[in-house]
Design a protein around this ligand. Structure first.
Ligand code: HEC
Length: 499
């Protein structure tokens, strides 16, 4: 707990990051694809004397300028703010390893947006040759930003044995290249590049669909047909690329995927599986639709058709990205750092998990610490300690009241039930199902008891509010099998067990 915790109600920091990141991913992949599309299309137009393509391409390039320069920058900086607040420990670990990677990426990005601007504003003002060269500069630099960021993103899922060997020793940066070109680097780069190219084709469809008038029908047809071809590489190669990717995934991540298949409809991991299935089916659908549209009658391509193809492509990209994030659970950097900032390298040995968790936190005032030492189990200080445990170790994945709410997840458990989950998280028995998606719980017996009391009080309170809101009263007698410790019957089990 070296950093303060950022407590975002209902959605949690996770969803703040995810929302910004998904938009950013879509924009950036779009920009990379568009970067390649523009100079290639311009070259074709120049070579084949298709002068009527030029105004179309100019319009097309304006979109990419606005997209990268405004959308890309704002969401890119937004990600930094969000990850710095929601996951400072993970962000710090990444910066310590990849600061030069990022520096290089920013240089490429700066050149990319400058080139996009020059490209758009110099249509017809410089020689064709120079204009095309600027286009290529835009294409190459935007592709290079992907080449770099891909190294960092894949590192988080598969840091690779070379880097893990020195993880936690202070020598991590010496394995920069091994970390960068990690096991999933190439398959992921291939997938992302194919996605970029597909998105470029899908967006060019939109530009084509906007061409109006009978006299311009041949232009519409030629541009739409040519744009559809941009989707062929994805259609042909994506399945193989995905296969390659799955083959190099760590077995534990593949297990998470299968967990969803086994428990379809029953738990959180069906989400990953569903996202992957959706991505596969979506990808398989986009291409036939696109080809049907241009093959049947490219002159009749409607904006609605084009937008539908594009929307499907964007949804698929978003779903794949979500699945990838889920596959990394419970880690930020697999095998090295858990999502809550706990370092696997520190907690695996000996009795490290029994060490006091809150002791090292600079966010506890000395007088608070003294109060804790003296506090009885029902005091406000005890609850404060429990809450700090929750913020430090659970809140990176759970909220109290919204997304993956601990209140809901614990609603049917009594105080002992809550504690037994925590003990399971703490002791990590080999057969615990939680090991696959939750980090071990660190702390002393008292700290864990404080967390249990806090969670139980919080969930009971939520239950009370629920009953009041529904105008219900507690049943008079407890069911037979209630343990003696609980005086409270369990109303939710007798009401609507929908969660
Ligand atoms: C790395 C992310 C992560 C962290 C950190 C985490 N959890 Fe979870 N937890 C999950 C996921 C994922 C699930 C499955 C949720 C579902 O099925 O909807 C889960 C499920 C649960 C459940 C329901 C289990 C069941 O059998 O019904 C409880 C209770 C729970 N977590 C408590 C905690 C507590 C307490 C902490 C902090 C000590 C914590 N979690 C930390 C990811 C995490």
């Amino acid at each position: 707990m070296n950093y303060p915790a950022w407590d975002v109600p209902y959605i949690g920091g996770t969803w703040v990051i995810a929302t910004i990141a998904i938009i950013h991913v879509l924009i950036s992949h779009f920009a990379v694809g568009g970067g390649l599309f523009l100079p290639i299309a311009e070259r074709k137009a120049l070579r084949e004397g298709r002068d009527d393509w030029i105004p179309l391409l100019k319009r097309h390039s304006r979109f990419f300028l606005v997209l990268t320069a405004a959308g890309g920058t704002v969401t890119g900086v937004g990600i930094w703010f969000a990850i710095g607040l929601a996951n400072p420990e993970g962000t710090s670990a990444l910066i310590h390893n990849f600061v030069f990677g990022w520096a290089i990426e920013w240089v490429f990005f700066l050149v990319e947006i400058a080139a996009a601007a020059v490209y758009y504003y110099t249509w017809g003002r410089v020689s064709n040759r120079v204009h095309l060269q600027v286009g290529w500069l835009y294409a190459v630099t935007s592709l290079l930003t992907l080449v770099i960021i891909n190294g960092i993103l894949t590192f988080m899922l598969t840091p690779g044995p070379g880097w893990l060997e020195v993880a936690g020793t202070g020598q991590e940066a010496s394995r920069f290249w091994q970390a960068f070109f990690n096991p999933t680097y190439w398959p992921s780069l291939l997938i992302r590049t194919l996605v970029c190219i597909t998105l470029a084709g899908a967006y060019a469809f939109v530009t084509a669909s906007l061409v109006k008038g009978a006299d311009r029908a041949p232009l519409k047809e030629s541009f739409a047909r040519w744009s559809a071809r941009w989707m062929i590489p994805g259609f042909v190669l994506l399945p193989a690329a995905l296969g390659l990717y799955l083959a190099v995934l760590p077995p534990a991540s593949r297990d998470l995927l299968l967990l969803g298949v086994d428990s379809a409809g029953a738990g959180a991991f069906t989400q990953v599986t569903r996202a992957v299935l959706f991505a596969i089916i979506g990808t398989a659908t986009i291409f036939p639709i696109a080809f049907l549209l241009v093959w049947r009658d490219a002159r009749d391509l409607k904006l609605g058709h084009a937008v539908a193809v594009l929307a499907l492509a964007l949804l698929v990209t978003g779903a794949t990205e979500m699945a990838r994030e889920m596959l990394r659970k419970p880690f930020v950097v697999r095998e090295y750092m858990y999502s809550n900032g706990l370092r696997a390298t520190e907690v695996v040995q000996g009795d490290a998990l029994d060490k006091p968790y809150l002791d090292s936190s600079p966010w506890v005032r000395p007088e608070e610490r003294q109060a804790w030492a003296k506090s009885s189990s029902r005091s406000i200080h005890h609850m404060a300690r429990g809450e700090m445990m929750f913020r430090g170790q659970c809140m990176s994945c759970h909220t109290r009241d919204g997304y993956r709410s601990t209140r809901k997840l614990l609603a049917n458990r009594d105080r002992n039930g809550v504690e037994s989950i925590l003990v399971m998280l703490h002791e990590q028995p080999a057969d615990s199902p939680y090991n696959r998606f939750m980090p071990p719980l660190m702390g002393t017996e008292e700290e864990i008891a404080a967390l249990a009391d806090y969670l139980y009080a919080d969930s009971t309170a939520a239950r009370q509010a629920y009953l009041e809101e529904e105008g219900l009263t507690e049943p008079e007698t407890a069911p037979e099998e209630q343990p003696e410790e609980t005086q409270q019957p369990d109303p939710l089990t007798t009401l609507t067990p929908d969660e």
